[in-house]
Design a protein. Structure first.
Lengths: 73, 552
C-alpha cells in the first residue's frame, strides 16, 4: 500500500518495553503538516502491523501508511 | 500500660520531617505516644539501628480476588505495605450481578493472569453489591484495604451487554450515579476508570464506551463524597495523555475532587514523554486542579519464549520470520542445521553474546530447574555453545516452553527516574500488585525505592522517600487516619533496616489456587509490621493477627 501524500506515514520503528512485560513497537508517524509524533503499539498490534506490511524487520515498516496499523483490528 | 512500645528506633514519621531517635507507643490499635516514651507495655520491640516508619500505602493494586483467600495480600505485607488500594483500572468485584460474573472474570483474568480456579474454588461468591464484597473480605484481613469501585462494573450493572456497545442514556447515567452513591456509602474510596483496558476477547472494557457526560456525572457524585477518581489514560501516546490530563483537571476543578492517573513511564525512545506530562500537570495544579501522575519505581522487564509470537526478535528479520510461523513449521526450521547456522550468524560475530548473553532463564514453565535464574551467557558457556545456539537448543529441548527475561529495558535510567520520583507532584505508586501474575513480579517496589533511589543514587532522602509512600499518599487519597506516626492515628507501623531494605530476586511461586503460578519477590530488611496496633509480620513470618480493616 503506497501512502497517500495527505496521510501520516511511519518514519521509524523501534522496540520498547511494555508495562505488561511484553515487547512493544514504537512507531513514529510523520503527518502531512510535517509534525512527527510517537505512538506505542502493544505486542498484538505490533505483530499485526508487521504482518500487514509483510515485514520481518523493523526497517521494512518505514514508509508505510498509518492505515496499516489499524487494518484488521 | 501500653500494648506495644517500639523502642530506640530512628523515627521517620511520614511527614517528611527529619528523623529522630525515639520510641513509638501503641494502645488500642492507635499510636499513643511518639518520642521518649515512659512507661511499660505488654510487648516491647527493640528497633535499635532500625527505622520506625508508618506502614507503606500501595495506591494501585489488583488484589481484589486474592483478598478473598489471603487477607495479607502476600507478599505485600512483608514488604511493609499496610494499606492497599484494589479496584483499579475500572474493575472491581462489586457491584456485580451473579449472571455477569463470567464476563467480569474474563476481564480480571486479562489483567491479573490469575488461574480459573481462583474464581471457582478459592472462595464462596456470595455477594452482588459492594457492601457484600466488603463483608466478604473483612472477615480475615491482615492488611488494610481502601477499595475503589470500577466504572466498568457499574456500567455493566446498569446497562448489561449494552455496556460494551454504546453510550449511556440520561436515565442510565442517573442509575449509575445512584449505584456509585451506594458503593461510596458502603466504603469505596473512589471510582476507577480506564480508556485502555480490554477484556479477554480484546474488546474494550465497558468504561471505554462512556461519553464525557457520563464520567462528568459520576465525578459529581465523587464530589458529594469527597472521594477519588483513578484513571488509565492512553499512556502509549503523550499527546492523548496530555488531553486526558486536561479532562481530569476540568473534572477536578468542577467537582472539587482529586484525580490520579497511571502508568507514566520514562523510556529512552520517548525521552520527552515525562517532561511534557509533568509540564502539563504543573500547569493544571497551578490552576487549582488535582491531577496526580502515578509513577512506579521499578524498571520494566521483558520476557518471551519461542512458544508464543513476540516482537522481541523484530530486529533480526530471519529470527522474526521463523518464530512467527505455526508451531510445526517453526520446529522444522529450528531443527534444520543450515537454518540455525544462519540464525546464529545473524546474532552477531560473537554468536549473540552481546545481544542475548544477558538474558535470564525464568522458571514457571518447562525450563529445567538447574537453569532457572541463570544468564544465557552462563548456560551457553557451560554447554560450550554460542548464546544464540544455546537459546535455540534449550528451547527445542523443552518444547519451546522456556521463558527468558531481558531485565531493565524501560523506565530503567535511575539518574532520570530518581528526580522524577522526587518531584513534589509525582505520586509514587502504580505497582499493579496482584496483577500480571504470570508475566512478572509486582511486589517489592517500596524496597526498591529505598535501595535504588535513597541508598544508590541519593535522589531522595530517607525522610522524603518514606513521606512519598506514607503521609503524602494518605493525603492524596484522603486517608485521614493513616500515613503518619502521630498520636491518635491508626498504628500502622513498619520497622526496617535502612541499610538493607530491598526486594529479593524474582522467583516463580506455585501458591495460587489450583497450584497456579505467579512471579514473586520476597522482602529484604523489613523486620516487623504492625497493622492497627497488632504485629502482623515479624522475624520473617506472618502472624495470626487479623487486624486489617476497610478504611476510607
Amino acid at each position: 500500500m503506497t501512502p497517500r501524500a495527505d496521510e501520516p506515514v511511519i518514519v521509524s520503528a523501534d522496540l520498547v518495553a511494555g508495562h505488561d512485560g511484553s515487547t512493544e513497537l514504537l512507531v513514529r508517524l510523520r503527518h502531512p503538516n510535517g509534525a512527527e509524533g510517537p505512538v506505542v503499539l502493544d505486542e498484538e498490534t505490533g505483530l499485526r502491523l508487521m504482518k500487514n506490511c509483510g515485514a520481518a524487520g523493523l526497517g521494512e515498516l518505514v514508509g508505510q501508511s498509518w492505515r496499516r496499523i489499524v487494518e484488521g483490528s | 500500660m501500653f500494648d506495644v512500645i517500639v523502642r530506640n528506633g530512628l523515627v521517620v514519621d511520614g511527614s517528611g520531617a527529619q528523623a529522630f531517635k525515639g520510641d513509638v507507643a501503641v494502645k488500642d490499635g492507635r499510636i499513643a505516644a511518639v518520642g521518649a516514651v515512659q512507661g511499660e507495655a505488654r510487648q516491647e520491640i527493640d528497633a535499635g539501628g532500625r527505622v520506625v516508619a508508618p506502614g507503606f500505602i500501595d495506591p494501585h493494586t489488583h488484589f481484589d480476588v486474592q483478598l478473598l483467600w489471603d487477607g495479607a495480600a502476600r507478599p505485600a505485607l512483608e514488604h511493609g505495605v499496610t494499606c492497599i488500594v484494589p479496584g483499579n483500572c475500572s474493575l472491581s468485584l462489586a457491584p456485580l450481578r451473579a449472571g455477569d460474573r463470567r464476563q467480569v472474570v474474563g476481564m480480571f483474568q486479562q489483567i491479573e493472569e490469575m488461574p480459573p480456579e481462583a474464581f471457582t474454588t478459592a472462595f464462596d461468591w456470595s455477594w452482588e453489591d459492594f457492601a457484600g464484597y466488603r463483608a466478604a473480605i473483612e472477615k480475615a484481613l491482615s492488611i488494610n484495604v481502601a477499595p475503589l469501585v470500577g466504572h466498568s462494573v457499574i456500567r455493566l450493572w446498569v446497562m448489561g451487554p449494552a455496556s460494551q456497545q454504546r453510550a449511556a442514556t440520561a436515565d442510565e447515567i442517573a442509575a449509575m450515579q445512584d449505584l456509585l452513591r451506594e458503593c461510596l456509602a458502603a466504603g469505596a474510596v473512589g471510582l476507577s476508570t480506564s480508556f485502555v483496558d480490554t477484556d479477554e476477547n480484546g474488546r474494550p472494557v465497558p468504561s471505554r464506551f462512556a461519553q464525557f457526560e457520563e464520567l462528568d456525572a459520576l465525578c459529581a457524585v465523587l464530589g458529594e463524597f469527597d472521594r477519588m477518581l483513578q484513571c488509565v489514560p492512553e499512556f502509549f501516546a503523550t499527546d492523548i495523555t496530555i488531553a486526558r490530563i486536561d479532562q481530569l483537571a476540568e473534572l477536578s476543578l468542577k467537582h472539587g475532587i482529586t484525580t490520579t492517573f497511571s502508568p507514566v513511564f520514562d523510556n529512552a525512545a520517548t525521552p520527552d514523554n515525562v517532561p511534557r506530562i509533568m509540564a502539563r500537570v504543573e500547569e493544571q495544579f497551578a490552576r487549582g486542579a488535582k491531577v496526580w501522575p502515578q509513577m512506579q519505581t521499578r524498571p520494566l522487564d521483558l520476557s518471551f519464549s519461542f512458544l508464543r509470537p513476540s516482537l522481541y526478535f523484530a530486529r533480526l528479520p530471519r529470527w522474526s520470520r521463523i518464530l512467527r510461523q505455526d508451531l510445526d513449521v517453526k520446529l522444522h526450521a529450528l531443527r534444520d542445521p543450515e537454518t540455525v547456522a544462519k540464525m546464529v550468524a545473524d546474532a552477531g560475530p560473537d554468536g549473540g553474546d552481546k545481544m542475548l548473553g544477558r538474558l535470564i532463564c525464568r522458571g514457571g514453565d518447562a525450563a529445567p530447574a538447574a537453569m532457572v535464574g541463570r544468564t544465557l551467557r552462563d548456560i551457553a558457556a557451560e554447554r560450550g555453545q554460542s548464546c544464540a545456539q544455546a537459546l535455540i537448543d534449550l528451547s527445542l529441548e523443552n518444547g519451546l516452553d522456556v521463558a527468558f527475561l531481558d531485565a531493565s529495558l524501560g523506565h530503567e535510567n535511575s539518574e532520570r527516574i530518581g528526580p522524577m520520583l522526587a518531584h513534589p507532584l509525582v505520586h509514587i505508586g502504580a505497582s499493579d500488585g496482584g496483577a500480571h501474575l504470570a508475566s512478572f513480579s509486582t511486589y517489592g517496589d517500596t524496597g526498591y525505592l529505598f535501595s535504588e533511589f535513597v541508598r544508590k543514587t541519593g535522589a531522595m532522602s530517607l525522610e522524603q522517600a518514606v513521606a512519598k509512600i506514607t503521609g503524602e499518599t494518605a493525603d492524596i487519597w484522603g486517608l485521614k487516619d493513616r500515613g503518619r506516626l502521630k498520636p491518635g492515628l491508626a498504628a500502622d507501623i513498619v520497622v526496617f533496616d535502612p541499610d538493607t531494605i530491598d526486594r529479593e530476586a524474582e522467583l516463580p511461586a506455585f501458591d495460587m489456587p489450583g497450584d497456579g503460578m505467579r512471579y514473586v519477590r520476597a522482602a529484604r530488611g523489613v523486620e516487623t509490621v504492625l497493622v492497627n496496633g497488632q504485629i502482623a509480620y515479624a522475624d520473617g513470618a506472618y502472624t495470626a493477627a487479623r487486624a486489617g480493616v476497610v478504611c476510607v
